[in-house]
Design a protein around this ligand. Structure first.
Ligand code: C5P
Length: 304
């Protein structure tokens, strides 16, 4: 795992919170607890937020600032949820000033909120001489959100169950992927994960577990190229309601021969750029022409 601690001085620590994409996401059934059973491969990116936490004895309660995203400064923010959970478990003074610097757009399927929460747990632990073990942190992370535990793991990992059961992927497959360039593009609107899963459940369009395991096995064995492995069952409920995704994907495929995929429950999409790709300016222009100037684009890469 790439070292997340970016800066540490007396009573203050800054932790990087990487974004993620899902290279593969199969939803195989609805569970009795209301969640869905998943088989997904998550990959972390070089783009991310920064969570800075500082001990402040003048404060009675943890306080959050989020410059430029003031709408995120509330008690439901997963960063504050994480700090509260950590304090509940470990105890101690409650005076902490937290600053969240966002680079990952919210409601994008890039795991920003979950990653921020995990970085807050790591920061709190670092400030208190690592009182919690990695497995205790994983337990807390799973209580915060289904995809939180994956942010405590390697750059590319497998997540099953509701997303909280993490296992590594054979290094020979992933080693080739680190550093690979990824182009992200997002329309001006975000999407609600809960709503997208509800839409999927209404149509019961699930993948067979066997099919997903066979694909995963073939990719892990190096028998299926990553480009052919890319898959996301959440595209169907998103594309059925929001009709502007598929035509752009088709146009990109036709003009550039690139396969695009929705990340998680969206609304951000991505494509893996081939080595030496020289059509980025035209590619950006095509996206902006289709989705308008307010859309968000970013070139990044896969990290360890
Ligand atoms: O776990 P988390 O709070 O991130 O999930 C947000 C919502 O996404 C859940 O309330 C649920 O509606 C949906 N979800 C799901 N199955 C999963 C993960 C999330 O149905 N495996």
């Amino acid at each position: 795992m790439t070292d997340r601690i970016k800066d540490k001085s007396n009573g203050e620590v800054t932790v990087f919170a990487p974004a993620k994409i899902n290279l593969f996401l199969a939803v195989t059934s609805k569970r009795t607890d209301g969640y869905h059973e998943l088989i997904t491969v998550m990959a972390k990116l070089g783009i991310g937020d920064l969570v800075r936490i500082e001990k402040n004895t003048l404060l009675k309660e943890p306080s959050l600032s989020c410059p430029g995203f003031e709408e995120l400064e509330n008690r439901e923010n997963l960063v504050l949820v994480a700090v509260e959970k950590w304090l509940e478990r470990v105890g101690g003074d409650r005076g902490y000033q937290i600053e969240l610097r966002k680079a990952i757009p919210p409601m994008s399927g890039l795991g920003g909120g979950s990653s921020d929460a995990v970085s807050a747990l790591l920061a709190m632990n670092e400030l208190s001489d690592n009182q919690l073990s990695n497995s205790e942190l994983k337990e807390l992370a799973a209580e915060i959100g289904s995809d939180c535990p994956s942010f405590l793991d390697e750059g590319i990992c497998l997540a099953e169950g509701r997303g909280e059961e993490i296992s590594p992927i054979i290094a020979s497959v992933t080693d080739d992927l680190f550093g690979h360039e990824i182009f992200l593009f997002r329309p001006s609107m975000g999407l609600s994960t809960t709503e997208i899963y509800q839409r999927l459940a209404q149509n019961s369009t699930y993948s067979s577990q066997n099919w997903a395991k066979v694909r995963l096995g073939a990719w892990s064995a190096g028998e299926l190229p990553t480009e052919e492995f890319l898959h996301n069952d959440l595209e169907k409920p998103v594309f059925q309601k929001y009709l502007f995704f598929q035509p752009l994907f088709d146009q990109i495929d036709k003009e550039f021969g690139l396969k695009c995929l929705l990340s998680g429950s969206g609304s951000c999409c991505f494509t893996c750029l081939p080595k030496g790709f020289d059509g980025l300016i035209e590619f950006k222009e095509m996206i902006e022409q289709a989705w308008g100037d307010e859309c968000w684009v970013e070139k990044t890469y896969l990290i360890r």
